[in-house]
Ligand binder design. Structure first.
Ligand SMILES: NC(=O)c1ccc[n+]([C@@H]2O[C@H](COP(=O)([O-])OP(=O)(O)OC[C@H]3O[C@@H](n4cnc5c(N)ncnc54)[C@H](OP(=O)(O)O)[C@@H]3O)[C@@H](O)[C@H]2O)c1
Length: 362
């Protein structure tokens, strides 16, 4: 049995699902893969749980329950007289794990935080492994992101396609020297939901409010509507394909106008009705041509676009989340990966699969 120390940065939707899957799957993972994951540290924004021999399942499930109620992972920070101790920074934690002599560990970033790059890079340089669901380290300026591409001890299946084997497929195409010509896809479940609401005649502002009420959007729906998350995903695929893209190489269409950018979330939801008329006109024009609007990312060498695109209403692509690769071998008909929109469980399963894959190959 291989015992592997794991550090988890972030216990939100994905981090909580991952901890549940590890706890509930312990015996299956041990039987099938001969791996025992010892979660030695779990962090949220302010606090941390640390146990170099591995946190107990009860401690891990308590952390999950606490985060569900909006409480810190560390019990000392809850209650009437919360601790004021400051948790170590991510860099200090990487050093702490190394100094504790726990062997090569896996650092899992399931935050949506900026600025994780130095700690993740230090972990790799000290011989540890990294698994990302956080896209930001891979989608920042090329200069800071480049060390994370093609690194033998870094996996990031869940950054695109939420656990569907998109990254694994692209990696396979690259391994067999199949040149990538074009990448296309509907990469946002949230925007997919909004587009199908628009098809049904729902005004944009109402579709946004409904997506938010169902928990499909980020707390601020503009993070989805602005297209930056889709841009990051397609940029990751393009960079893997060998194109050193910068954000400025990808034209992104935002579904809200700049004058709504600085409002509070409630103000934005109120003001979003001013977007309804123009959007309804675009939807009607597409319908008149037997088409529907979908939020599509398209990328080929050096540049790409992300935005609304009319596609035939009877196309299977109108109703699924998909990614397609047009390559040397798949030049007439692209290689297509499709399915229903991902959720936290599939995303967490993608992270767990990466963790197991890293140990298997070590
Ligand atoms: N949700 C999905 O279906 C999905 C699919 C694919 C990819 N992803 C990606 O997976 C990541 C996590 O998504 P999520 O839905 O789980 O997000 P979330 O619910 O917002 O959770 C984020 C967690 O990260 C913590 N955090 C933020 N900054 C941190 C830091 N510097 N150090 C440690 N923890 C920090 C937050 O702590 P606090 O609780 O203290 O704020 C929170 O626990 C994101 O990058 C997202 O884009 C998500």
């Amino acid at each position: 049995m291989k015992e592997v120390a794991v550090v988890l940065f972030g216990v939100g939707g994905v981090g909580s699902a991952l901890l549940r899957q590890i706890v509930n799957g312990r015996s299956a993972i041990a039987t099938r893969n001969q791996i025992q994951f010892n979660i030695v540290a779990v962090t949220d924004r302010q606090t941390m749980l640390w146990e170099p021999t591995g946190l107990s399942d009860a401690q891990l499930l308590d952390a999950v329950a606490a985060k569900t109620q909006g409480l810190p992972v560390d019990p000392d920070y809850r209650g009437e007289r919360p601790s004021t101790r400051v948790r170590p920074s991510e860099i200090e934690l990487v050093q702490q794990v190394t100094d504790a002599g726990l062997g090569p560990a896996i650092f899992v970033d399931v935050t949506a935080a900026e600025g994780m790059e130095p700690a993740l890079l230090l972990a790799l340089n000290l011989g540890h492994s990294v698994v990302l669901a956080n896209k930001k380290p891979l989608a920042g300026p090329w200069e800071t992101a480049v060390p994370f591409y093609n690194h033998p001890r870094l996996r990031h299946e869940s950054t695109v396609g939420g656990g569907q084997p998109v990254i694994a497929t692209l990696r396979y195409l690259l391994d067999v020297n199949d040149p990538i010509y074009q990448i296309e896809g509907q990469l946002s479940g949230t925007l997919g939901f909004i587009c199908t609401q628009l098809d049904a005649g729902v005004p944009l502002s109402q579709a946004i409010a409904e997506a938010k009420a169902k928990g499909y959007t980020e707390p601020d729906p503009r993070e989805d509507l602005g297209g930056q998350d889709v841009m990051r995903k397609v940029m990751i695929l393009g960079r893997m394909a060998g194109w050193p893209l910068e954000a400025s190489d990808i034209e992104v269409e935002s579904l809200y106008t700049p004058d709504l950018a600085n409002l509070t979330v409630p103000q934005f939801l109120q003001a979003a009705s001013q977007l309804d008329e123009a959007m309804a006109e675009r939807v009607a024009e597409a319908h008149a041509n037997g088409q529907v609007l979908r939020y599509v990312a398209e990328l080929s060498e050096g540049s790409g676009t992300v935005g609304l695109k009319p596609i035939p209403a009877n196309s299977p692509l109108a109703n699924m989340k998909y990614i397609s690769f047009r390559t040397g071998h798949y030049s007439d008909e692209p290689l297509l990966i499709g399915g229903k929109g991902a959720g936290v469980e599939m995303t967490a399963a993608g992270v767990l699969g990466d963790m197991i894959g890293l140990v298997r190959e070590s």
